[in-house]
Design a protein around this ligand. Structure first.
Ligand SMILES: Nc1ncnc2c1ncn2[C@@H]1O[C@H](COP(=O)(O)OP(=O)(O)OP(=O)(O)O)[C@@H](O)[C@H]1O
Length: 279
């Protein structure tokens, strides 16, 4: 297992995952090998989607980057700093918006920054207004979560994450619980917002179309233990809209991706080599 001293870490990458391996030990049960030697390098401003079959370790990888679970071996570095637990340099958007019910839209967005004690009150107000505008919720600033639709709640969630100005925005199937129309609208919004803000995003999804619509690169993981089986570059400029879904480039990439996922479902018995994803 290669090791690196902290003084030797590349600060020019937003995210550097090296040989990440995770085995869950269950009392009285078999160990679960969730990740095996996963390496992934993400440049600032990149939008990377992580795609793979259920149970292949996508959320485990995202949680390890978020610092919510520790690795068995390997290393994760965010903007030159090794991850040793949750930190203010990363924000996570999960499928459930988990808003504070007693706070308004404005209050919920400010909450993330309040945890970052370093952000002054005046700047919090400024950034809250900026983030509300980005997600189109300015006129709903004084509403409470119970007065919002699921799509609006997820917009607040996204705004809260963006307002903290994370080095890496981690999104775990953020639109998985939304209806198709709302999901399609939010995909376009996220694509536009990420381009306009230069956010670095790692986005977990099951949905091939979503992965291709949003990403600069689609990283395909194989079945458990999760390894990276292939990486697809998406050459079209971001943001993309529904028209991209009808282009030849999209149809070709989708076919290749589908085949790659089907391959990855039978790969585990063949012990494949593990390509690293480096910039
Ligand atoms: N805390 C845990 N203890 C034991 N096993 C776990 C734990 N968390 C995850 N696992 C197992 O690790 C494997 C990878 O899980 P993970 O949730 O990362 O997969 P996933 O690709 O995100 O799946 P899905 O797409 O269905 O959400 C699964 O077999 C899962 O059951």
């Amino acid at each position: 297992m290669p090791t690196t001293s902290d003084s030797d870490l590349p600060a020019d990458l937003a995210l550097d995952v090296r040989d990440a391996t995770k085995t869950f030990q269950q009392p009285g049960g078999q160990p679960v090998h969730a990740l095996q030697d996963v390496s992934l390098a993400v440049r600032p401003g990149d939008f990377v989607t992580l795609l793979g079959p259920s149970g292949c370790g996508k959320s485990t990888l995202l949680n390890a980057i978020a610092g919510l679970t520790s690795l068995t071996s390997g290393k994760i570095v965010v903007a030159g700093q090794p991850v040793r637990g949750p930190g203010l340099d990363r924000s996570v958007v999960f499928q459930q918006a988990s808003l504070l019910p007693w706070r308004t839209v404005r209050g919920n967005i400010a909450y993330g920054m309040e945890l970052q004690r370093a952000v002054k009150k005046s700047e919090q107000t400024e950034r809250t207004a900026w983030a509300m505008d980005l997600v189109g919720l300015t006129e709903f600033a004084d509403r409470f979560p119970s007065q919002l639709s699921g799509g609006m709640q997820q917009r607040v969630n996204l705004a809260r994450a963006l307002a903290t100005r994370p080095k890496v925005l981690l999104m775990d199937e953020p639109f998985g619980a939304l209806d198709a129309m709302t999901k399609a609208r939010l995909q376009i919004e996220v694509s536009t917002i990420s381009r306009d803000t230069g956010a670095t995003v790692l986005f977990v999804t099951h949905d091939i179309d979503e992965a291709l619509l949003l990403a600069d690169r689609v990283v395909v993981m194989s079945r458990r233990p999760g390894r990276i089986s292939r990486v697809f570059e998406v050459p079209e400029k971001r943001p993309r809209n529904e028209e991209f879904l009808e282009t030849k480039a999209f149809v070709t990439l989708r076919r290749e991706l589908r085949l790659s996922i089907e391959d990855s479902l039978v790969e585990q018995d063949r012990e494949p080599s593990t390509p690293s994803v480096r910039s």
